[in-house]
Design a binder for this molecule. Sequence first.
Ligand SMILES: Nc1ncnc2c1ncn2[C@@H]1O[C@H](COP(=O)(O)OP(=O)(O)OP(=O)(O)O)[C@@H](O)[C@H]1O
Ligand SMILES: [Mg+2]
Length: 965
Amino acid sequence: MDTTFEPRFLSPALFRLRVQTPKIKEKKNMELVQGFPLLYQQFTALFKKNLLLSWRNKSATFLQLFSSFFFMFLLFGIEKATESRTKTSTGFKTVTNPQPMWEPPIPPCEDKFYVKMPCFDFVWSGNDSTRIANIVTAIMINNPNRQIRSDKVKSFRTEEELDDWLFRNPMQVPGALHFVDVSPSLITYGLQTNSTPVVRRGHYEDPTFKFQIPLQIAAEREIARSIIGVPTYNWKVGLTEFAHPAKAAFSAVATVGPAFFLAFTMFGFVLQITNLVAEKELKLRQAMNMTGLYESAYWTSWIIWEGIITFISSLLLVLFGMMFQFDFFKKNNFGILFFVFFLFQVNMIVTIAGFPYKKSISAFLRFIWSFFPPNLLAQAVNLLSDATSTPEALGISWKGRSKCPPDTDDCVMTINDVYTWLICLFFLWFALAIYFDNIFPNVSGVRKSVIYFFNPGYWTGKGGGKVEEGGMCSCITEIPQQDHIVPDDEDVLEEENIVKNDVKDNTVNPDVAVQIRGLGKTYPGTTQIGCCKCKKTSPYHAVRDLWVNFRKDQLFCLLGPNGAGKTTTINCLTGITPVTGGDALVYGHSVRSTVGMSGIRKIIGVCPQFDILWDALSGEEHLQLFASIKGLPPALIKSVAQESLAQVKLTESAKVRARSYSGGMRRRLSVAISLLGDPKLVILDEPTTGMDPISRRHVWDIIQNTKKGRAIVLTTHSMEEADILSDRIGIMAKGRLRCIGNSIRLKSKFGTGFIANVRFGNTNGGQTPSRTPEDTSSRHHEDVKKFFKYHLDITPTEETKSFLTFVIPHDKEGVLKDFFAELQARQSEFNVSDIQLGLATLEEVFLNIAKQAELENAAAEGKMVTLDLTSGKSVQIPVGARFVGVPETNSSENPGGIMVEVYWVQDDSGSLCISGHSNEMPVPSNVQPLPSAPQLLARTNMLRQRRGPVYGLVYDSNQIIAAQS
Ligand SMILES: Nc1ncnc2c1ncn2[C@@H]1O[C@H](COP(=O)(O)OP(=O)(O)OP(=O)(O)O)[C@@H](O)[C@H]1O
Ligand SMILES: [Mg+2]
């Protein structure tokens, strides 16, 4: 393993040779657009973005525009179905000159809707009388147009017998006659029918007219003929309905129409709201805000775009309504209908229920109810359908919009009133939407003050973007103050003092781009109210007391384990999250001031840790959009976008949508976006994560080239990247800066030392195949090992047939020169072909710092773990303790007792756990255990001989090492 072959040793010139870099044109004197022209530019760019997104998302846009067709078609189907049901009834037709129906015949029972076979045309009781039997025979013979067959009539003796038969044989007969032969001059009869009207396949059956009246006329005719004894007596009865106007027919539009119209408007509303919420949730809006987006440009573009969509869909709704020939759409004025739906749609908010606008409902309730647009729509639809309910009705004309439809005496709200309400509500809800959008926490948990609009800066555009943390009731959860911690590392302390001196003098070194002055960020704990209990999480200090300068023309690399606070620091600098302590100045603009923040947004470019891109937009479109928001001159936008794409090698995929980009391509696009508009400070949060080595090296080169004239802050988990790119490195852990300096300084300070690689060669210089026996080779190995052991007291950390690797501690630095001189002199004696010496890797430094931070944290939290000794005993020890004494092991031989050295490793999550311990050894004399709570417990246990966990005695490792040596 060639550990010395580190990137650090590659000279910048060598590095440049290896990576072919596209020359990046310096855009000198590129004046950014400002003020109203910028607002207009942002508006047009966003409008274009909305247009593109709608175009790309064709199915949703098609639904939004053409859903009205499906609703109208359904409504048409319902209307036609009900119309065919009622078309046989004259009730829904205007009858002015009714014609009588003469001598209606008894119809065959098979004509009855829903009848069971075998059926009878009628049944009768009283068959013990011959006179009655003759009357019934006459009814059958004299039935107009048709004689009734005898098998189609059934007789019974009494009414009870007939009822009993009816009960047992339902639906087999439409009517029954009950004759009673009272006297020669008197015959009475009773009539029994099922009078329920029924409908079958769109035909209406009224049993009264179809069966009852013909049966009645036949019975009366034949009784009369029998009594007077004239079988041909003329008995002619005609049935004539009243002359009447048409009854208001069933109107699908009037009955189910409101629900359908509401469903249609909801359709559009849901799609609109989905787009808006998605942009907010995916942090796309936040990304645009960071680039200096005006809120007004955002809202105007959104409202105007959705306004256009709504305009078209309302227009289509009315056109489709007319196409399906609904009176509702044909008769009412086109404009009237259009404005009802259009104004309603732009108002769409909540509730589906309708409210009766009646005189009997108090004016106050009507007023309150009118704040919910669906109620207004329901009222407008009611008015419009009332105005077209009869064939004579003319509908509402444009001029008649402020009048109630004729024949409606309970009308309290006209179409004009509905318009007025909808227009006012549009402005009211729009203002409230923006207000709530501002005062509720966004995806980053920040919001504006509830009275933010009182701040004049909000209206003038000079600030007003000041944000607060937490929910609306965050006043209850106070953010605890962070204590000042004096750094252990002298470089960090020195950096802190440099910044503090600047603060004291109220100056900033002109070389400094970003000065972080005691920055602190504490996330407040959250309170979750469950059904029975409240759960409260404690506040979390993500960044603690950070003092550091990022210099101009330099790249500062921020390293640290996951959760160290790197992204949080960046979020504080970009204003995504408000700081809770200290301040930071970016080119003199304070992140705490709202004016400062708007200044900062103009001069920074940010590549966030997670790509914030629209799936449906291509790389080129992204760059053009962000370039417009940034304020690049319109004439340059296209060429700049092309150049940026070429820079990140995305020219070929320029027109491909981001959805189809690979992870690395998305990262490259994000990097390109962050470099748009020549920002003076570029913040790159893990820019190369997920990139292949070629792309990574390419992006490194871009970063390297863009260093000039700006400051770059970079976070990464690639030590190689940090090593190559950084001018200075800061390693953070648990929210604190643990070390700072350039790569060499950190390696020499925090690495385990130097790494020496000794390579063995062929005895004959590699000219011919080696004939050196195995034992000769191992002898050389042994000799070199002895040589290192003798001079430096070290053994190899890695050993192969041709290599030996040694880690040389820093304290041996003084003797190294002579040591290597001697080794070189004896090179041929040891058969050594090559000796390489290098510093420890940055990774090692990183791991050491992370481990140290974990130790500190564990000590601060007082975490305990169980140490199982090989002797079988178990003791509780604090996490990270190195030398631990076992209680009750004092003897005359070992007056101080027995102790072990505990070895710690970090698990996958970075937490410390015990990997093993040394052999038991005596505690050196004159060394006392450290006083701490567990120690005291250990002693108390010993004194009182109490049962319970046994606590180990922790010794100061420095004291032990000193005593041992
Ligand atoms: N909105 C938040 N609310 C509460 N805690 C948060 C929030 N955002 C981040 N944190 C916490 O702050 C700490 C620092 O997070 P941060 O994202 O800054 O880490 P990081 O150094 O960027 O890590 P990584 O290398 O994984 O990106 C983490 O412990 C995280 O859980
Ligand atoms: Mg991060």
